[in-house]
Design a protein around this ligand. Structure first.
Ligand SMILES: Cc1cc2nc3c(=O)[nH]c(=O)nc-3n(C[C@H](O)[C@H](O)[C@H](O)COP(=O)(O)OP(=O)(O)OC[C@H]3O[C@@H](n4cnc5c(N)ncnc54)[C@H](O)[C@@H]3O)c2cc1C
Length: 452
């Protein structure tokens, strides 16, 4: 059997890895249109802040290493079209500008996404950057030490925008963070959390220009010099656009069924509308555990799970993609937060009735001094007030307690209720936590609230 895999980031890598793990003698052709395989944008902040020194190490696989495992790796070669009836793809070799057809038995697409550009005048000016992939990582790194760059404007205050803002703040630049929504990280955290984080961002020389819409990039001598919104104008030597992504699927529109956002439609086995063609990663939707509906959640975790399941199905297994809750975590200066599932702020958009409880506690018993690591912890649990089903949670502290959110993700997936969580068994050790874990405390408080 010959399998062609398109795209070498999370979804493509995991597909190849999954096939190799089970049937290493499978003929695999792996295509990447860039000149580097398996770059992990997730590691970009660590590189930009100098924690990881070599940009080329921010990856899981090398072409050489994968070839040694028998994979035919093609770098700088773009798959430009598919003939599903003939079971062939057309490949454009970007080095010598030749094209050829390659037959496949099974085809897995992990074409991913590219940063979306804001459709306003001036987007083509120099120093308007994005933050995804190795090429942007290298260019951004140069700007962190460029003395001509003093004012950096980041557009989009989601987790990528926050990472960009933190990088340039730590590099000593003045950062303006613009977002259409009224709060940073509004899709990840409710206001109790973002109020604290907003203060932290301001303390680190990051100006929050939220609730504003970008109207124009103003230029001088071909370079961006300011960003104009509906409310103000911000001097900008560098602009980083992190306001969403666009599926990399234009080349598939005449071949596969796409939705109105260009996402490839897949069934629960990750099969597309054409036989023997699977799609995974950021250019697809995933089943969302809190609602049972499909949702676009562009995370490496999802791409990896999908890649592994596509590999299983390619090899003849019958495996469904499990529902996910969109769990994610981030550090913002001293704070660590994580969230999963439904928040108060995303409940309506997901069409669910929800109620929440917010609790504040300390990570350890009161007798443990702050200097020994005892920190305030904020936790919010969201649930269905009728069925008591757990729908989501958010946690934040200066101590890293983010792993609790993985327990809530499991609770959502396992359809657990407040009643289950209120007395669930969690360990106690005063060096780490309290006799009642904050998840117990929140569920008990929620049951009490419902009783009243
Ligand atoms: C700055 C940043 C930080 C992130 N941090 C996290 C994190 O901490 N945790 C997390 O879970 N997620 C994180 N993500 C999201 C994560 O990176 C994506 O969800 C993941 O990369 C999606 O993988 P993918 O395989 O779908 O596609 P992509 O990563 O978009 O890769 C697609 C690849 O396919 C190639 N390609 C596309 N079309 C073709 C073609 N026709 N022929 C050949 N090659 C093609 C592209 O060149 C590209 O290399 C982060 C993203 C960014 C930008």
């Amino acid at each position: 059997m010959k399998v062609i895999v398109v795209g070498s980031s999370h979804g493509g890598f995991e597909t190849v890895r999954g096939i190799l793990a089970e049937k290493p003698d499978t003929e695999i052709q792996w295509y990447e249109k860039g000149d580097f395989i398996s770059f992990l944008s997730c590691g970009m902040q660590l590189y930009l802040e100098g924690v990881v020194k070599d940009v080329n190490s921010v990856r899981y696989a090398t072409a050489k290493g994968m070839r040694a495992k028998g994979v035919n790796v093609f770098v700088h070669q773009e798959v430009t079209s598919i003939d599903p009836d003939a079971h062939t793809v057309t490949v454009h070799n970007l080095d010598d500008d030749t094209t050829r057809k390659e037959p496949y038995d099974k085809l897995v697409l992990s074409a991913g996404a590219v940063p979306a550009s804001i459709p306003v005048p001036g987007g083509d000016l120099a120093n308007v950057y994005a933050m995804r992939g190795r090429d942007w990582a290298i260019k951004l790194k140069e700007k962190t030490v460029d003395p001509d760059v003093q004012n950096v404007t980041v557009i989009g205050a989601g987790y990528i925008g926050i990472e960009a803002a933190e990088v340039f703040s730590k590099a000593g630049k003045h950062v303006t963070l613009i977002d259409l929504l009224p709060r940073p990280l509004a899709l990840y955290l409710d206001q109790e959390f973002t109020d604290i984080l907003s203060d932290t961002l301001k303390d680190h020389n990051i100006y929050l220009a939220t609730g504003q819409s970008v109207k124009e990039f103003i230029g001088q001598d071909g370079k961006v010099s300011a960003v104009k919104t509906d409310q103000a104008e911000y001097p900008s030597d560098l602009v980083i656009e992190t306001a969403g992504i666009k599926a990399n699927t234009g080349w598939l529109k005449d071949t596969l069924e796409l939705n109105n956002k260009g996402l490839v439609k897949v069934n629960d086995h990750l099969e597309t509308s054409q036989p023997d063609i699977y799609a995974v990663g950021d250019s697809t939707k995933v089943p969302y555990a809190p609602t049972g509906k499909e949702l676009q959640i562009a995370l490496a975790t999802n791409a990896r799970r999908q890649g592994r399941i596509a590999a299983k199905n390619v090899l003849g297994h019958d495996m469904k993609m499990p529902a996910v809750s969109g769990s994610s975590a981030l550090s913002v200066f001293d704070y660590h937060f994580a969230s999963t599932g439904i928040k108060e702020g995303t409940s309506d958009a997901n069409g669910v009735k929800s109620q929440s409880v917010f609790v504040t506690d300390t990570t350890q018993p009161p007798f443990v001094p702050d200097e020994a690591g005892n920190q305030t912890v904020f936790f919010k649990l969201t649930f269905d007030p009728d069925s008591h089903l757990i729908l989501g949670a958010q946690i934040m502290s200066k101590r890293d307690v983010t792993a609790n959110i993985n327990a809530i993700s499991l609770a959502i997936q396992g359809k657990m209720t407040l009643d289950d969580l209120a007395y669930a068994d969690f360990f106690f050790q005063p060096g780490f936590d309290r006799p009642w874990n904050i998840m117990n405390v929140a569920a008990q408080q929620a049951l009490q609230d419902l009783d009243q």
